[in-house]
Design a protein around this ligand. Structure first.
Ligand code: GTP
Ligand code: SPV
Ligand code: MN
Length: 629
């Protein structure tokens, strides 16, 4: 009888499983898949195994659908051009839904809108999701992606199951995460993070696509339900909106898990820095806002020949104190989703060497010899090739176009394992020991190249008061100085005031080795609007000062904002062009008074009752020190 019933159920099913089988799935996964297949009504289901053969099949389909083009100049490289309306994260459509609003965002003063996240009531969220997901995959394939954030089986890792109707997402998740059969094995019948994604364009189409890229910008929503460990993303195929392991899981839900379980999920790169003279190696984690230099620093080729940089991660760090009180970090990702423009053999040769095989490029320009082009590669491209811009302008030339060749937020998606400077411990399940935490941003004015916090609490204050010029990584109009605390403003999974308390609590732990905290700014400009500091490989000089401070060297002097290098302690030996150090380190009193006022206003309006007293105390102290200058 049971068999007859199941045959009957099978015959009523509207979908066919075309790859893998439902019976091979752990029960909880199977239930999740079946439940959402009933909801979204795909034609077919494909359970991803992560194999090479599967990937070949996917790229074949993507080519046939006109979503990927082969780049013949390189080995296994692909170009995707999106609908021009789907090119970046959509912060205003990204929500966290919790029963209590205050669990998600501080209550702003004076009825202002919160800049620290968008909250939605669970009932309203239910309605929003019910307006979108039923039947949304009609005519399409639902892919089932089992993925691990962090090395498979590491106690620090988390497993998710993403359901998606985008083969582009599968091809990208394959690079960015560890995915496939071995993840299901590691999962067994445990719980997992439920990640549902649809581009929101069931078949047959009711309107034509742009660039063959299915998306639904009018109905886009990126929803997080931390109390259920669920993510629901609809309408966008682009990076941070659709590769749900990345910002949605590893940061927004991750920060919630971190708070519950006593660790930190941060928008940080992790690098190793080895002094070749002494053999001493240190690890640094650094938080810069989107498109502010994490990938570049993580892969840096130091201009100081006695240093070697190794890369552990370029975007996200999960950190926790181990039983010996050492803060250990893992990179939960397996690939780089890096900003293409500005990347070149001159600025980031390691990224260039990494991304010329097995890579999916999105919204870059292509050359007539089957290669890629973007702003920054002008002197590295064969002058005889023609360039086709990301928007499809044939024979694009800088001089006769007011549009860039590549979208400013165009990206390469490339496996970390093929980066020539990956750290030997990058997949160590224990993580690497962190000695310094660095904050930074794009500050054209007033903020010096580097300064150190007086202590942990002051360091947390520095993170809380971070500001940066906006970039193209989200939908903002560029060139505004925005508050971006901890480079996490778009990624907080819970109330920022509670996040600060969590960070402060780390400083109160007993028997732990607290990393030193620093702030850097590669982007200060002179009166003629040029960068004062050459940046990139030259940033090694700043890292050198930082690790020497970690060694306890007496090379810092007190200022109102923190500790800065004593005269001549920043190693400038062999620099090609002279830098105006006076200007680079000047602390204009009026600038800093305005800065303090802006931070007061922000804390008061945006964090309001949820701001920890210790942080307000640090701001008062800063104000007093500046006044006393
Ligand atoms: P996300 O992936 O969005 O999180 O960005 P990211 O923080 O990894 O930024 P990335 O390293 O990709 O750099 C973004 C842009 O900043 C690129 O155009 C770089 O060329 C530029 N950039 C990076 N480092 C420096 C630097 O030291 N100086 C200057 N002037 N520009 C830099
Ligand atoms: C960022 O915006 O910080 C990124 C790109 O790293 S995305 O994955 O789209 O969020
Ligand atoms: Mn990022």
């Amino acid at each position: 009888l049971i068999e007859a019933a199941s045959v009957f159920a099978e015959s009523r099913r509207s979908y066919r499983v075309i790859h893998g089988s439902l019976t091979q799935l752990p029960n909880k996964v199977r239930n999740y898949v079946e439940e959402n297949a009933r909801l979204c009504k795909p034609d077919t289901i494909h359970i991803c195994d992560g194999s090479e053969r599967e990937n070949e099949m996917l790229t074949y389909v993507l080519r046939k659908d006109g979503m990927l083009k082969k780049l013949h100049k390189y080995e296994n490289c692909w170009l995707a051009r999106t609908d021009p309306a789907d090119v970046a994260r959509v912060e205003r459509l990204t929500y966290i839904s919790t029963p209590l609003k205050r669990d998600t965002v501080p209550t702003p003063k004076y009825g202002a809108k919160s800049q620290l996240g968008n909250w939605m009531d669970p009932e309203d969220m239910d309605n929003e999701l019910n307006m979108r997901f039923p039947d949304c995959m009609k005519g399409r394939t639902m892919f089932v992606i089992p993925f691990s954030m962090g090395p498979v089986g590491s106690p620090l890792s988390k497993i998710g199951i993403q359901l998606t109707d985008s083969a582009y997402v599968v091809a990208s998740m394959r690079i960015m995460t560890r995915m496939g059969d071995q993840v299901l094995e590691a999962l067994g019948d445990s719980n997992f993070i439920k990640c549902l994604h649809s581009v929101g364009r069931p078949l047959p189409l009711t309107a034509p696509l742009h660039n063959n890229w299915p998306c639904n910008p009018k109905m886009t929503i990126i929803a997080h339900l931390p109390h259920k460990n669920e993510i629901h993303s609809f309408g966008s195929g682009y990076g941070g909106n659709s590769l749900l392991g990345k910002k949605c899981l590893a940061l927004r839900l991750g920060s919630n898990l971190g708070r519950e379980e006593g660790w930190l999920a941060e928008h940080m790169l992790i690098l190793g820095l080895e002094n070749l003279d002494t053999g001493k190696k240190r690890y640094i984690a650094a938080a810069f806002p989107s498109a502010c230099g994490k990938t570049n620093l993580a892969m840096m080729t130091p201009s100081l020949s006695n240093y070697k940089v190794t890369c552990v991660g370029d975007d996200i760090a999960w950190m926790r104190f181990d039983e010996n009180g050492v803060l250990r970090a893992i990179n939960p990702e397996a690939g780089f989703f890096g900003v293409a423009p500005g990347t070149s053999m001159k600025t980031n040769p390691i990224a260039m060497k990494t991304c010329l095989k097995n890579t999916v490029f999105t919204n870059v320009a292509e050359t007539s010899d089957g290669g890629v082009f973007w702003e920054g590669l002008e002197s590295e491209v064969d002058p005889n090739v023609r360039i086709r811009s990301w928007l499809g302008d044939e024979d694009w030339k800088k001089d006769n176009s007011d549009r860039p060749a590549a979208h400013p937020n165009s990206r390469f998606c490339t496996p970390a394992a093929q980066c020539p400077i990956m750290d030997p411990l990058w997949e160590d399940p224990k993580g690497v020991p962190i000695d310094a935490i660095v904050f930074g941003g794009r500050r054209p004015q007033g903020v010096p190249l580097v300064y150190e916090s007086f202590n942990w609490q002051h360091g947390v204050f520095i993170g809380a008061s971070m500001r940066s010029e906006s970039t193209a990584a989200a939908e903002h109009k560029a060139k505004m100085i925005m508050h971006d605390p901890f480079a996490m403003r778009p990624f907080f999974g819970y109330n920022f005031g509670d996040y600060l308390k969590h960070w402060l609590s780390m400083g109160e732990k007993e028997n732990v080795h607290l990393p030193k905290i620093f702030h850097v700014n590669w982007f200060r400009k002179s009166a003629d609007n040029k960068f004062i500091w050459p940046g990139f490989g030259e940033n090694a000089r700043v890292l050198d000062w930082i690790v020497r401070r970690c060694d306890g060297e007496d090379i810092a002097k007190h200022t109102a904002i923190g500790l800065v290098p004593k005269q001549d302690t920043l190693n400038l030996a062999g620099m090609e062009e002279a830098v105006d150090m006076e200007e680079l380190f000047s602390l204009p009193k009026e600038f800093w008074q305005n800065e303090v006022n802006a931070i007061y206003k922000y804390f008061d309006e945006q964090v309001n009752e949820d701001l920890p007293n210790d942080i307000m105390h640090e701001l008062h102290n800063l104000e007093e020190r500046i006044q006393a200058e």
